[in-house]
Design a protein around this ligand. Structure first.
Ligand code: ATP
Length: 596
């Protein structure tokens, strides 16, 4: 059995960028809204409003610093030492408040972000694990349903929460900055008068128009050059995930790869994945280089541009040095704020992509949860397991098993046999209510807890005690009881390792893992036990010991087992044998019943 990380990962598709699900406004709202009206809402709103207040405080300090800038240069020009000292003090406390606000605005934003992400992730985990959506999404629906639920839950929720906050907070502070500094710029820049076409022209607040033109043209150019980077970085993430997944596969199947001497194959497929990363990375590098040319020229020129355009007024004596510096500073603020709006499109694009993928994931979970169940599995008051007109089909609707009517009395032991691939495990999946294809009715006794043992049991990574107790929580059983059953299942040598944490699916042999699964049965004491070749890796003698122990340790237990070894027949009362359909006879395998 594999590590849970590897289990949850499906091979990431390089086409994951193709997000056919375009989230509607209602879906976007449905994704964003719940947290803000949940039980967490008071803290969330308090944090958000505090952050907004801090951001507005920062804009205010920037406005104060802008006037300070003007005063400082004027004082320097007039060589007024007393005023110079006063301004230095003023700067000190302004800077102190600014630093404090800057630190706490980031800190509170991060706090809000983790609260929101945690809350959303919990909700998504609930939905993914409920109604066995996690299983149905993987089962038979590949290609149609969205890939990588693990990435949706881990990465997209993180991206959604952080990008939404950045966009909202950025929008508010950039709007306020823009409003405040355009106001200042308009007030201090004065009119530009010039002659053209034999006429005299006056442009009021001309710096405002210059900064708008500069930011729109400059940031627009930067955005236009950098636009393909959004897609490329998404691809990069996929390729990285693909590569990581390949490495995990080798790690998880290390023994099989080693026995097959599959290293050259593995090397080739890992190199192919690495090549994808490299190819995409070169594209990213090429674009980043072009982008850096634009960004650096734009940034550097922004330092002298406002001076250049206000120089005529300064040299004509219309404005002081302080005002020149104030214009330059206000120009920078307005330009930054405008650039934010232009660059926000990039963040918006990735935010929208995350939204689309999450909306797709939600739709898949809903579809999986609401998948029509033609096989009705229901509890009933009786003590028998009954199958009424149970037919099994393949996912495409082709018949797998003929209609079956059967009854398993409490305490009865049924052996299911038949050729490989005929549908034995599927019959058990149907009884476990995880196979939706087919029709008919299955009734299980309502007060009889059931336990299904597959050929390879799932062993959680953790202590041996936790693995033995699963699905019950660690600590549910006495050590003395665990030790007794370890002895019964011929695992006494593990008794002193109950507290050892390990990846037990790697540490134990397949036969030991199957014996461990039997310990679980004895500890959890179900009334119904389904064994799907659950002892196939054991030696015949141990297998018989464990089959014999079942009714002795769990008196009255009902056992339905699939097994290939004839020696096990004597532990059963009835045999259900799958018989292949004859020539020209459709409808899948027939099940014949006979006493053993
Ligand atoms: N998720 C699935 N999608 C499509 N076909 C499936 C799926 N699961 C099982 N099958 C098919 O259903 C058939 C029955 O499978 P099942 O696992 O029940 O066989 P089995 O009788 O238990 O075989 P074995 O003895 O080898 O374990 C097989 O042909 C298998 O390929």
């Amino acid at each position: 059995m594999t590590d849970p990380h590897a289990k949850s990962a499906t091979p990431p598709s390089p086409h994951a960028l193709d997000t056919p699900n375009r989230a509607s406004r209602a879906e976007i709202w449905a994704l964003i809204r719940p947290f803000w009206v949940s039980e967490e809402k008071w803290k969330a709103w308090a944090l958000l409003l505090s952050i907004i207040a801090l951001n507005l405080g920062m804009v205010y300090i920037n406005v104060r610093l802008n006037s300070w800038n003007r005063d400082m240069y004027d004082v320097l020009q007039s060589r007024d030492y007393a005023q110079f000292k006063a301004l230095l003090w003023q700067f000190s406390w302004l800077a102190f408040i600014f630093v404090a606000i800057a630190i706490y605005s980031v800190y509170l934003k991060q706090a809000l972000q983790i609260r929101w992400r945690y809350w959303m992730s919990q909700r998504y985990l609930d939905r993914w694990l409920a109604h066995r959506a996690y299983y149905r999404i993987e089962q038979g629906q590949q290609g149609r349903l969205s890939d990588n639920p693990d990435q949706r839950i881990a990465e997209d929720l993180q991206a959604l929460t952080s990008s939404t906050l950045s966009l909202v907070l950025g929008f508010i502070s950039s709007s306020v900055t823009l409003f405040s500094f355009i106001h200042i710029l308009w007030a201090v820049s004065g009119p530009l008068t010039f002659s053209a076409l034999g006429q005299s022209w006056v442009i009021p607040g001309y710096m405002v128009w210059f900064v708008i033109a500069y930011a729109v043209v400059g940031s627009g150019l930067v955005w236009w050059i950098g636009r393909p980077l959004v897609g490329l970085s998404f691809h990069q993430e996929r390729f990285e995930a693909n590569f990581r997944f390949g490495l995990i596969r080798v790690r998880e199947h290390a023994e099989a790869v080693a026995l097959y001497r599959g290293e050259p194959q593995e090397h080739a497929q890992l190199t192919a994945r690495l090549d994808d990363i490299r190819r995409n990375w070169w594209e990213i590098m090429r674009l980043t280089k072009m982008l850096n040319v634009a960004v650096n020229f734009y940034g550097q020129f922004a330092v002298i541009f406002p001076m250049l355009v206000s120089a005529p007024r300064y040299f004509s004596g219309a404005i002081s040095l302080g005002v020149l510096m104030q214009i330059s500073n206000a120009f920078g603020q307005v330009q930054d704020a405008l650039s934010w709006f232009i660059n926000a499109f990039t963040t918006l694009a990735s935010w929208k992509a995350s939204i689309n993928r999450l909306a797709g994931f939600n739709a898949d979970v809903e579809r999986a949860a609401g998948m029509p169940r033609h096989i009705d599995v229901a509890p009933h008051a009786g003590s028998a397991v009954t199958l009424q007109g149970l037919q099994l089909s393949f996912p495409d609707g082709a018949p797998m098993m003929h209609a079956l009517d059967a009854r398993v009395e409490s305490g009865e032991h049924v052996l299911i046999s038949g050729p490989s691939g005929c549908g034995k495990s599927t019959l058990m999946r149907a009884m476990a209510d995880i196979w939706p294809y087919g029709q008919g009715r299955i009734q299980l006794p309502q007060d009889a807890p059931a336990m299904f043992l597959p050929q390879r049991s799932y062993l959680p990574i953790g202590t041996l005690r936790a693995a033995l107790s699963y699905p019950a929580a660690e600590g549910s059983f006495d050590d003395a009881l665990i030790t007794r059953y370890l002895g019964l299942c011929r695992l006494a040598h593990l008794a002193d390792r109950l507290d050892v944490a390990a990846n037990w699916s790697h540490a134990l042999s397949p036969g030991e893992q199957q014996r461990l699964a039997f310990v679980r049965v004895f500890l959890n004491r179900p009334r119904l036990v389904f064994l799907d070749e659950a002892s196939s890796a054991m030696d015949g003698q141990t297998e018989e010991v464990l089959y014999a122990a079942l009714p002795r340790e769990l008196p009255g237990v009902t056992v339905i087992s699939i097994a290939h070894r004839e020696t096990l027949a004597r532990f059963h009362d009835v045999r259900w044998h799958f018989v292949a359909p004859g020539e020209g006879e459709g409808g899948g395998h027939r099940v014949e019943m006979a006493p053993v």
